[in-house]
Design a binder for this molecule. Structure first.
Ligand code: TXA
Ligand code: MG
Length: 357
């Protein structure tokens, strides 16, 4: 398959290109497009064959359900069997935007789209290009992040092509996305709302609107026999570059010292090491490869560049990556959730154990 690359500028929307993307989707094809969070790989979410093509292109396990993307509240009613008041309040405040809600599904939604579950994930994105394409397709668009399964999510069209060139019909390049982490997922299908995946819309923001919100234990802990994530996708190693990642936990000073020590050990073992650091700490390290993921004082900048930086290490062919940690801010929880998954939960608690060689 030859993948067609088209550029659509959100400020000067190319109507012909939008219509073409809509036609491909309506015809059962695959189109990758930008959203405000990450690039999505779209297909007609009500067509089981089109949804199945997404799993094939990404190499995604078939039990991992997809999110349906819509552009108006009217499009939600045919998909969700029950819409609780909390969901309406959340939609009022956070839609369109980076929030996904899980509802009990209707018959209309095929099990191929929901990974066999009786619930369905729905999101109304705010990115003008995403909205125009969904409207042109005229159907709810199932769209996981447009990466090969297990890889960091794409924040640029180039990342999509790295993983999916020749495997999808069309890639729409709408520039670099604004947020850089996938949407917050909240399950509103049960008695109490539960966050299944943290994101830009934080627990505090949700709680201030609807009161106490529970956090799925798998969000902070390593999924194991006792902690089974309710979002099936969260159980897989994810967001991972090719080199082994170790996350150093602790105060910035302790972390810096421990990473320097780890760099010395890596160097004497003949390993090419990379450091994932911040503008504040970059100058302290002497490392074969350094990648700065924004400023510690501006967690939004770290969220925006995290996946780009993880992918950049691959191009530098490092053997191991030592990463600083980002626990301090509300958004830090979402950043750490992704980083720990990328590391397969390989951490060093600075001050407790000695760093690995
Ligand atoms: O920001 C985003 O949400 C991006 C953009 C493209 O919209 N999409 C995205 O999709 O991150 P994906 O497929 O990479 O992640 C969807 C997550 C998976 O962890 C999946 O298991 C979970 O949502 N999920 C989907 N439907 C679910 C359901 N019915 N119940 C529980 N978890 C669900
Ligand atoms: Mg994904």
């Amino acid at each position: 398959m030859i993948t067609k690359l088209v550029r659509i500028d959100e400020l000067h929307m190319d109507e012909a290109a939008i219509c073409e993307a809509g036609r491909v989707l309506a015809g059962g094809g695959l189109v990758a497009f930008p959203t405000e969070t990450v690039y999505g790989l779209g297909a007609n979410g009500l067509d089981s064959e089109a949804s199945s093509r997404i799993y094939e292109a990404k190499g995604r396990p078939s039990d991992n359900p997809l999110i349906l993307h819509i552009t108006s509240m009217e499009e939600l009613y045919p998909l969700a069997a029950e819409i609780p008041k909390t969901a309406l309040a959340l939609a009022e405040t956070f839609w369109p935007g980076p929030l996904t809600m899980i509802f009990k599904k209707t018959e209309l939604v095929p099990h191929e789209t929901t990974g066999g579950l009786d619930t369905v994930a729905v999101r109304m994105p705010s990115h003008p290009v995403a909205r125009a394409i969904i409207r042109a397709a005229g159907v709810p668009i199932a769209a996981p992040s447009a990466n090969a399964s297990g890889r960091p999510s794409p924040t640029k069209a180039l990342h999509v092509l790295e993983d999916l060139d020749g495997r999808v019909d069309m890639v729409v390049d709408g520039g670099t996305v604004g947020i850089g982490l996938e949407s917050t997922i909240i399950d509103v299908s049960g008695k109490k709302p539960v966050i299944l995946r943290p994101g830009y819309i934080t627990e505090e923001m949700l709680a201030s609107l609807i009161g106490t919100v529970e956090l799925d234990p798998a969000v902070t802990g390593r999924p194991g026999a006792d902690v089974r994530p309710r979002a099936p996708g969260m159980k897989y190693r994810h967001y991972a570059p090719k080199a082994e990642v170790t996350v150093f936990l602790g105060s910035p000073t302790e972390v810096c010292a421990a990473i320097e020590e780890a760099l010395r050990k890596a160097s004497s073992a003949g390993k090419r090491a990379g450091v994932l650091c911040t503008e504040e700490s970059e100058r302290f390290y002497e490392a074969p490869v350094k990648k700065c993921a924004g400023s510690r004082n501006e967690p939004e900048s770290v969220a925006r560049s995290l996946y780009d930086v993880l992918r950049a290490f691959d191009r530098e062919q490092v053997d191991c990556i030592f990463s600083e940690s980002f626990e301090e801010s509300p958004l830090g929880g979402a950043i750490m959730n992704r980083l720990l998954k990328a590391a397969g939960y390989r951490v060093v608690r600075c001050g407790e154990t000695s760093p690995p060689g």
